[in-house]
Design a protein around this ligand. Structure first.
Ligand SMILES: Nc1ncnc2c1ncn2[C@@H]1O[C@H](COP(=O)(O)OP(=O)(O)OP(=O)(O)O)[C@@H](O)[C@H]1O
Ligand SMILES: [Mg+2]
Length: 302
């Protein structure tokens, strides 16, 4: 892991993560061996979102640095998709602050996220089966002078796919005839058209076979090499270990730890997911649901 990070030009700070948690608690940091100061591209503080009585997210703090892959893991209902939706403007947060490239921003709708440079690839990919790769890439954002510039769009499609080292034989075949991994590639390439700074992938390897998963993980590495900040939601610990630099654990809508992948064990991550190692907040909520203490011990003996 460390050696992989070290081979990436311009991202050597990833090899010098001081200790776990530091990125989640500091806005900027300077390592003793590294005089550069790293400012997160995206910073969340106190993000809270409820749906009626359901507290989907409570007080989430998170930092994302350009050129890193941050995995977000957690059990069903932990709040992962809600966090993605807050960042993509689908469900704006109730409270908390989002700082993007050192500016406090609001993300009230998907257009605002797009304009900021936050791209999201949702799990369902939202591709049109009957349209070919080029048509899918440029759907709704077609290049045109007086009429559609087919040649330019096809050239740009090849450029994008080459940038991702994508294995797609031709850009003129319908998406329906592509494999799951190739479709994920098309969906990611589509999101790159807006030249985002941050890309969020919701379960990019779910329902993929071994070879296709490897293909998509390679793609995630290309995104990092291209300097994007990547947030990857995943249920798969192997994928997280294979590609992430850090992993943030959500539990019951709260941040239950941010770990440097080079030093954390899978057991520690799983313990944070299941609540075997709770932080102070989740311990408190567990105490509140514990059986009541016998009232005799609480009564004044006098
Ligand atoms: N639109 C909504 N309306 C009401 N409740 C919602 C809505 N979206 C999410 N929730 C609730 O918020 C909580 C967090 O859900 P979320 O979908 O973010 O979890 P998740 O971590 O993505 O889970 P999964 O792994 O199952 O996808 C859950 O209790 C869920 O029922
Ligand atoms: Mg989800």
């Amino acid at each position: 892991m460390a050696s992989r990070a070290a081979t990436r030009p311009g991202t050597s700070y990833l090899t010098t993560f001081p200790t776990r948690y530091i990125w989640s608690t500091m806005s900027t940091t300077t390592h003793e061996h590294d005089t550069r100061t790293v400012t997160p591209v995206l910073q969340l503080r106190g993000i809270t979102k409820s749906f009626g009585a359901v507290a989907a997210l409570t007080d989430i703090d998170l930092d994302l640095v350009a050129g890193e892959v941050l995995a977000i893991v957690g059990d069903n209902g932990a709040g992962k998709s809600t966090l993605v939706k807050v960042l993509s403007g689908v469900h704006p947060a109730d409270s908390g602050t989002i700082t993007f490239e050192s500016r406090a921003v609001s993300v009230p709708n998907p257009m605002a996220a797009h304009q900021l440079g936050i791209a999201t690839v949702f799990q369902d990919l939202a591709l049109c089966e009957n349209l070919n790769v080029v048509e899918n890439l440029f759907l709704g954002q077609e290049l045109r002078a007086l009429r559609l510039n087919e040649v330019e769009m096809e050239t740009r499609s090849w450029e994008l796919l080459r940038q991702l080292s994508a294995k797609i034989p031709t850009v003129r075949i319908p998406v329906a005839s592509l494999s799951g991994g190739q479709r994920q590639t098309v969906a990611i390439a589509r999101s790159l058209l807006g030249e985002p700074k941050v890309i969020i992938l919701d379960e990019p390897t779910a329902a993929l076979g071994v070879a296709q998963t490897a293909e998509v993980l390679n793609l995630v590495e290309r995104l990092r090499e291209n300097g994007l900040g990547v947030i990857m939601i995943s249920h798969n610990m192997e994928d997280v270990r294979a590609v992430a630099d850090r992993v943030a654990v959500l539990r019951l809508g709260r941040n239950n730890g941010v770990f440097d992948i080079a030093t954390v064990s899978s057991e520690e991550i799983i313990a944070a997911i299941t609540g075997a190692t709770d932080n102070a907040v989740t311990q408190r909520s567990a105490r509140r649901t514990a059986p009541p203490v016998s009232t005799t011990t609480l009564e004044d003996p006098a």
